[in-house]
Design a protein around this ligand. Structure first.
Ligand SMILES: NC(=O)c1ccc[n+]([C@@H]2O[C@H](COP(=O)([O-])OP(=O)(O)OC[C@H]3O[C@@H](n4cnc5c(N)ncnc54)[C@H](OP(=O)(O)O)[C@@H]3O)[C@@H](O)[C@H]2O)c1
Length: 247
């Protein structure tokens, strides 16, 4: 697919990125800002969010905003309050990148700890459901809104020892497909990205012996992230697309 877009394709768009303080989410926030978007940086570590904020400001891009929120503990009311804050401050919301995730522990199925399972499902699945429910009224008011989920190769093909994380990504792809079907006649396009092996902290946690230099960087995989938020990507709906051909 050709992901070319114009240089200010995200101008006037307001886009929320979860996990914007590190890894792929940090780069996505910076890239969206470079293409003209006002980006809302959501994450749990304020120091990291401030670093992303400073990088965006140094690029002379639209001034971002920070929402500190731990997806593990956030309640439905927290998401409703967040939606109200976005409405009050920006008046509209045009895109959400659900990116923040936990890897949990890679282990044999019979050793999956329920406490780890609950933590991963809370951050990777339940929080996305609650956040999306709270933000849908705002997204419906946009002329052309996007919801982009983040999956994984193990989100559609199970693999030994990836239990909890893989289950959460299957759920994420299911959520994407259900929403896409429900919203097919609306202004909201819904898709998922499978980043493929990418040089981040999470990848290093999963593959500690791997040489990170052999991996694509978050910057390398940005064309798809930008395209799916841009007017150029408007026709894509209900798909999970690989950002790399191989991971
Ligand atoms: N990297 C890969 O090879 C790869 C491959 C396939 C899929 N993915 C997916 O791509 C996405 C980004 O992964 P990544 O590699 O960039 O991971 P990462 O470097 O570990 O970054 C994850 C981000 O999520 C945030 N986060 C985690 N728990 C949170 C919570 N409870 N509340 C708020 N924010 C939270 C982290 O915040 P802190 O920095 O504060 O911890 C961090 O900013 C994930 O959905 C991942 O599953 C990655």
């Amino acid at each position: 697919m050709n992901y070319s877009v114009s240089s200010n394709t995200l101008k006037d768009r307001v886009i929320l990125v979860t996990g914007a303080g590190d890894g792929i989410g940090k780069q996505a926030a910076i890239s969206y800002a470079q293409y003209g978007a006002t980006v809302i940086l959501l994450g749990r570590t304020v120091r990291k969010l401030e670093q992303t904020y400073d990088e965006i400001v140094s690029l002379d891009a639209p001034k971002p905003a920070i929402i500190p929120l731990d997806l593990h503990g956030a309640t439905q009311q927290d998401y409703r309050d967040m939606a109200q804050t976005i409405r009050d401050q920006f008046g509209h919301l045009d895109g959400v990148l659900h990116n923040a995730s936990l890897l949990g522990t890679l282990c044999p199925f019979e050793q999956i700890e329920l406490s780890t399972y609950d933590d991963v499902m809370q951050v990777n699945v339940r929080s996305q459901l609650m956040m999306t429910q709270a933000l849908l009224p705002l997204l419906h008011q946009s002329d052309d809104a996007r919801i982009v989920f983040t999956s994984s190769t193990v989100g559609h093909q199970g693999r030994a020892y990836w239990g909890t994380y893989a289950i959460s990504k299957f759920a994420t792809e299911g959520m994407m497909q259900i929403l896409a079907d429900e919203l097919s006649e609306t202004n909201i396009r819904v898709n998922a990205i499978n980043p493929g092996g990418t040089r981040t902290g999470m990848r290093a946690q999963a593959f500690p012996a791997e040489d990170p230099e052999t991996l694509k960087t978050p910057f390398d995989i940005m064309p798809l992230y930008i395209y799916l938020m841009a007017p150029e990507g408007q026709a894509v709906h209900g798909e999970c697309i690989a950002a790399q051909t191989k991971d």
